[in-house]
Design a protein around this ligand. Structure first.
Ligand code: ADP
Ligand code: MG
Length: 248
């Protein structure tokens, strides 16, 4: 039996209300190191709000978010990023007029300022890191291409690359394969299986084929609460889940 501190992410009793409406209601769940967790649930279930609460975009009215043992609910968004949480929104926020290389380069975390010879060493390090990440997100053949010329799926990968270059310990993705082709979805699944070697991934997803390809465990949200959790096979058979999806 593992103690609470073994989890990478421990969400407990998390709540937020908007004008008296409980969008997230006393929510608890735990994510392990190296885990791909998928959150599913009908529209308006509170899925995006959960990510907003974890990354500090929305402030919780109650509850706690512990990440590597550290409480996040009182931190500001940039402090949460620095603590190791990377979050991708539904619409890609890449720089359309910059190249793939430049998009990745500007996302490389800036350390303390360095000068002269050290600057040169930093350039080498950044270049090799950009190359490594570009390979990981299937864009190494497109480093000098302007981002606006990428396909929708490639833009999504670029943004994932821009997060990965910051080496988050938790990567959160909101519907990453929406609008992707079947082959792009397959490659995205491959990508996620590769990146969890060094981190955990928390994904919101509707596409059940994709969920089946990636999920170690699934958390089902309905009206801001967890109604079921476990393997995809387990939650699919759960009468509470069937009712929510059929009643929808
Ligand atoms: N900033 C906000 N202000 C007011 N209501 C919000 C806000 N964010 C989300 N909501 C409401 O909270 C509920 C959950 O929304 P959301 O988390 O986006 O659901 P999901 O991502 O599961 O579709 C919805 O009813 C939505 O209208
Ligand atoms: Mg949403």
């Amino acid at each position: 039996m593992s103690s609470e501190t073994d989890f990478l992410l421990a969400v407990e009793g998390l709540s937020v209300s908007f004008d008296g409406f409980m969008a997230v209601d006393d929510l608890s769940f735990y994510v392990d190191q190296n885990e791909i967790r998928v959150i599913i649930g009908p529209n308006g279930a509170g899925k995006t709000t959960v990510l907003d609460l974890i990354c500090g975009r929305t402030r919780a009215s109650a509850g706690s978010v512990k990440f590597r043992g550290r409480e996040l609910t009182q931190l500001r968004e940039h402090e949460i990023v620095r603590a190791g949480v990377g979050r991708k929104f539904q619409t890609p926020s890449i720089y359309e007029d910059l190249s793939v290389f430049e998009n990745l380069e500007i996302s490389f975390p800036r350390g303390r300022s360095v000068f002269g010879a050290l600057m040169f060493q930093r350039d080498i390090k950044v270049k090799s890191r950009v190359q490594e990440i570009a390979e990981m997100v299937f864009l190494d053949g497109l480093l000098s291409e302007r981002a606006e010329n990428l396909s929708h799926g490639q833009k999504q990968w670029l943004e994932i690359g821009m997060l990965l270059i910051q080496e988050p310990r938790l990567l959160m993705l909101d519907e990453p394969v929406a609008g992707m082709s079947v082959s792009e979805r397959k490659r995205t699944a491959e990508l996620l299986h590769r990146v969890i070697r060094d981190r955990a991934v928390l994904v919101i997803e509707h596409d059940m084929g994709f969920v089946a390809d990636i999920a170690h465990r699934v958390t089902v949200l309905h009206q801001g609460k967890v109604i079921s959790e476990g393997s995809l096979e387990h939650v699919k058979e759960d009468p509470k889940v069937v009712e929510v999806y059929l009643g929808h």
